[in-house]
Write a protein that binds this ligand. Sequence first.
Ligand SMILES: *Cc1c(COP(=O)(O)O)cnc(C)c1O
Length: 369
Amino acid sequence: MIPLIHLKKQFQAVKKEVLKELEEVLDSGQYILGPKVKELEKRIAQKLGVQEAVAVANGTDALVLTLEAYGIGKGDEVITTPFTFFASAEAISRVGATPVFVDVDPLTYNLDPKKVEETVTTATKAIIPVHIFGQPADMDDIMAIAKKHELFVIEDACQAFGADYRGRPVGSLGDAACFSFFPTKNLGTLGDGGMVVMSDPDLADQIRQLRTHGTNKKYFHDKIGFNSRLDELHAAILLILLEKIDGWNEQRREIAKRYKESLALAPHLTLPQEKADRTHIYHLYCIGAKNRSDMMKSLEKQQIHSGVYYPCCLHLQNVYASLPYNKGDFPVAESLSATLFAIPMSPFLSREEQDQVISALLESGEEDR
Ligand SMILES: *Cc1c(COP(=O)(O)O)cnc(C)c1O
């Protein structure tokens, strides 16, 4: 079976280094928020060209703690996309604020800046653009709107470590940015992990306080916080992966190029499009087809995994039934969620496997005709 993501192969590739680090951490006696975490924070901040990085327990917490640190809560609105993983909106609801959805651009699947501007009200406090599937959102336009209306911009960069936009890395574009190190992300560890990056030292202090029970000084608490820390072992593993990530992203881009060249003549498929001023790192390679479920079945028969990202837009989730949205409100997002599916993508996808995926997709088009 060709998996969607070659996780096992990826960790086999670094097994020796990981085991060495495991031994080092074991012997160190420091297991949470120790020197490895500090080193990881420093290295990621340097790589992204930001002043501060704060490691937390996962990507969702990265968003929640950032919103909380900005004092966003009840009565506030935060604009985001309905075409994302649930956590982008869940974090907004978790702090008591209201997610306000805006439709996406049909080309990049990211927030449509024009519609963002139309949606700003006096209650709007922040915008959370998501760099969906690894392609950066239209950040300059979004930042201009935010400046005009005095809003915070928090990048949800959980799917896009290493991507860049107009020559600047994702994570350095907004007021703050959130990353996830969940295993399946393009930079993912053997468990959960997350990070907030920013250049405002006060914000960094607030988030550092929040991640350890609202304390600056052990056993003295200034606010109600969270327990949201990163383990030394995960930081040590991430330090290894950080050395590989640019090469791995480059391999993803090469596979994407190959997919594009080989599938360009398949009229039954919509391929991802990359804007010229940014690099897509293809955390997921999603293609569109009207007869998605037939295509996925035919891939499955040929031992090729595929998956739907995302089958239900966030404005149509049960939990948000009380928000003022209906089916048809965001036609672009809804059509993407009805037609897109991910095909195998990983730096460890062999050339033979790529060929198998390509011929299976081309054949499935012939069956239609
Ligand atoms: C994965 C993901 C998150 C949440 O990250 P976790 O580490 O799983 O909590 C948030 N937003 C997006 C877009 C994601 O893909």
